[in-house]
Design a protein around this ligand. Sequence first.
Ligand code: G3I
Length: 366
Amino acid sequence: MKRLISFLLLLFLSACTIAVVETPSVNLSNSTPTAVPENQVTLRSLADRKDFGIGAAVALGPLRRDRTYSQVLAGEFNQIMPENAMKFQALQPERDRFNFKGADDIVDFANEHNMKMFGHTLVWQRGLADWLKAGDWTREELIEILRNHIQTVVSRYRGRIYAWDVVNEALDTDSSLRELIWSRGIGPEYIELSYRWAHEADPNAKLFYNEYDPGGWGAQSGQKVDALYRLVADLKERNVPLDGVGLQMHLRLDDAPTYEGLKQSLERLAELDLQIQITETDVRMGYQGEPSPEQLQQQASIYKDLIQACLDVPKCTGFWFWGFTDRYTWVSSFMGQSGAPLIFDQYYRPKPAYDAIAQAIQAATR
Ligand code: G3I
């Protein structure tokens, strides 16, 4: 009889243990997602005090089905952008048949939680609809397709989206103008036309150009920041309606800019009377199993350098993560391993990188 009782007790305790391990640290109650209590210090509360944008890209699936995801998102960030829901293929899956359901859900969430909404992205080489890629279009047809897409989307959200990534990644890795359907079919002027069309559709929206640099925009990686500077300086020279630049930060532990190098690049671009935002930040760790304490500290140190450089350049008005929890990151599907690149772990527990970001914002004198 005793053996039976001890076996049942063991069974009960092990069940409790499993429940504890798999229960994320954030309250998983079934209450509707609400912002984190006012008095709790969060990245959002710290950033709001400095009138600084702290944002995250939002994945539609987790937003719709994971209450903890939406709760942490609303509590920790004051601006959001869709990871995929506003790309061409998502919004216009068939010619002239727009599907705004996913994008509307994210815009509505931002509105419900008093967050600023950033649109990503109108013109890019990827995320294109199959019908567009399959077509044999004349220049006039492509101009009309692109104009119609931009103006239909931007005018729908007029007044509800404060800024747009109009053109994303128009520069190739070697810093030449990237070859894509729009440049081949319309010519390099597709860039200028896109900003003018977006501005016509919503004159009050801030229009950004977003770019990727493998070296993370450190001055030593030089070449791409030179090409970016020339591109945006030329657009400004020709009075193209351009308000800001987004610098993507998809980094690895062994490939990140220094604080000084990034600050130099930010200051250089700030000369062009543009806002700058650090966008799409994630710092993946090549490892098997769980990252070591040393890797987590190294990751935190990189995150701190990135946001500190932004905080120390007045024209750098915002900092974005590409997702926010290791539970959902594009890295898993694209790199074949999670790389634990973000600031919350898969159980929504803040990592050392979270603390480093919070401390930098709190200490910022802006
Ligand atoms: O929604 C379809 C689904 O219906 C289909 O079954 C599935 C399998 O084919 O594909 C799903 O679409 C995928 C989409 O993500 C949504 O999950 C696309 O194939 C996939 O290519 C797409 O990947 C996204 C990628 O951009 C391309 O759009 C990544 O999630 C997203 O993180 C990544 O983000 C980009 C930024 O927009 C621009 N900067 C670089 C960054 C990383 O590549």
